[in-house]
Design a protein. Structure first.
Length: 176
């Protein structure tokens, strides 16, 4: 026969609900907004962009270096025409990759772009030409930047990127 054991643990006293100030609620809202914003930045960097790496230097000398950027990809006709027009200035390791359907020479201008850039023309996996510090249009006057060689892709980068990374013609370009 079993004898029931009586629970002798005291029951906790009822507590009044904790009253939180409006400032506390504001902090929670700000935290949530920041968390969502950071998640958006991570998604943009990791899921919605592609990584392009430039490999410079000589294999024989063993002095190869590489520099990578995260790029937005432009490949529809509308994306190719708009490019960086109306875009915010590029970060140090950001750019835009243009993928063209036909291998030929491509011209670029800086319509509606408010910051200077470096432009790189690529054929296959090789840099075939580049333009450093391409300037935005001034007072409606736009310069045209072009390579005199065929290309299938073009990358627009922040001004000075090519110089800082030591990138030159015939260097390799790798996408990942």
């Amino acid at each position: 026969m079993r004898i029931p054991i009586k629970n002798t643990t005291p029951k906790p006293a009822l507590q009044a609900p904790v009253e939180r100030s409006p400032a506390w609620r504001a902090y929670v809202i700000i935290f949530c907004v920041l968390a969502v914003s950071l998640l958006g930045v991570w998604i943009t960097k990791e899921l919605l962009t592609e990584k392009v790496c430039f490999q410079s230097g000589s294999i024989q000398s063993g002095s190869k270096t590489s520099a990578c950027v995260y790029v937005e990809v432009a490949q529809t006709q509308a994306e190719l025409e708009k490019g960086l027009g109306g875009h915010r200035p590029l970060g140090r390791q950001e750019g835009m990759l243009f993928i063209f359907p036909i291998r030929k020479t491509y011209n670029f201008w800086m319509k509606d772009v408010s910051f200077p850039i470096d432009i790189v023309w690529i054929d296959g996996e090789t840099i075939v030409d580049y333009q450093e510090y391409a300037q935005p249009c001034l007072d409606g006057l736009c310069s045209t930047y072009s390579a005199n060689v065929n290309a299938t892709r073009v990358v627009e980068l922040p001004a000075g990127f090519l110089h800082r990374a030591g990138i030159e013609k015939q260097d390799l370009v790798l996408e990942s």
